[in-house]
Design a protein around this ligand. Sequence first.
Ligand SMILES: [Zn+2]
Length: 271
Amino acid sequence: MFVAEIIFTITEKNDKGKNQFESFVQDFFANLLRNGQILGNEIFWWEKNKLKAVVKIPRPDSLENRYFTKWSKNDWKIIKENFAEKALISILNKENLNCEFPILEREKYLYFFTNAFDDSSPVCAGKSGMAIPLYELPLNQRQKQRLWAWQCSYIEYDKVWLGVDSLEIPMYKQLATHKSELAIEGIKLCRMLENKTGLPTYYYLMRYWGRQKGEKDRLCPSCGNKWRIKKKPRAKGIEKFDFKCNGCRLISHIAANLEGDINASIGEYQN
Ligand SMILES: [Zn+2]
């Protein structure tokens, strides 16, 4: 993840023009966010006739026009023609600029993985586990927005699971069972992406509470088959998971909490 600073030097001198410009910039950022070109919330402020913004971006070239949607192209045109003489973009954290990023065409698998503290794309490269930005996926804008909306829901469920005691179990069921509303939509999105890319795309099921005995032998919650895989030392990407069902396209971990069998049945195969 990179942090970019964007400096717009505007031609408008009065506050009305500045307010209008700010609202265009907010629309522009909202479109970039839904396309995966920026991540999380932007920060912006005025310094005389300059509007400065700081945004998180997934790749150093994420803000290039070639990734813009037709809406951001339109916003950008309006900004350039009516308000800003120029816009300067610079990357603030340069240490990882030469890092190798996954290339979709070279991957064999993809998987969905996200959590409350992660605002990068939920689509991960099978080999490295690195996120693949939404704008690089062969999906139309409506499909990308659906994926983005699913990720927002996942993050909210995860936050509530972590923070609200009274909702701990219903939220956990959403995250850990393959028949929850959240998982059904996520699995549909995996199928959609798999159809478009031709790459098997796996859905991650969280597992927190497990069994003191037999946790390693737990079966695929969907088909009931064995799905344990042996991890290699220093495994990464899809190989770092303990469970993987190729038929159902599901992956999971051994539970983090093995102290008692309480709640262990959530997410297990039911005969
Ligand atoms: Zn299965």
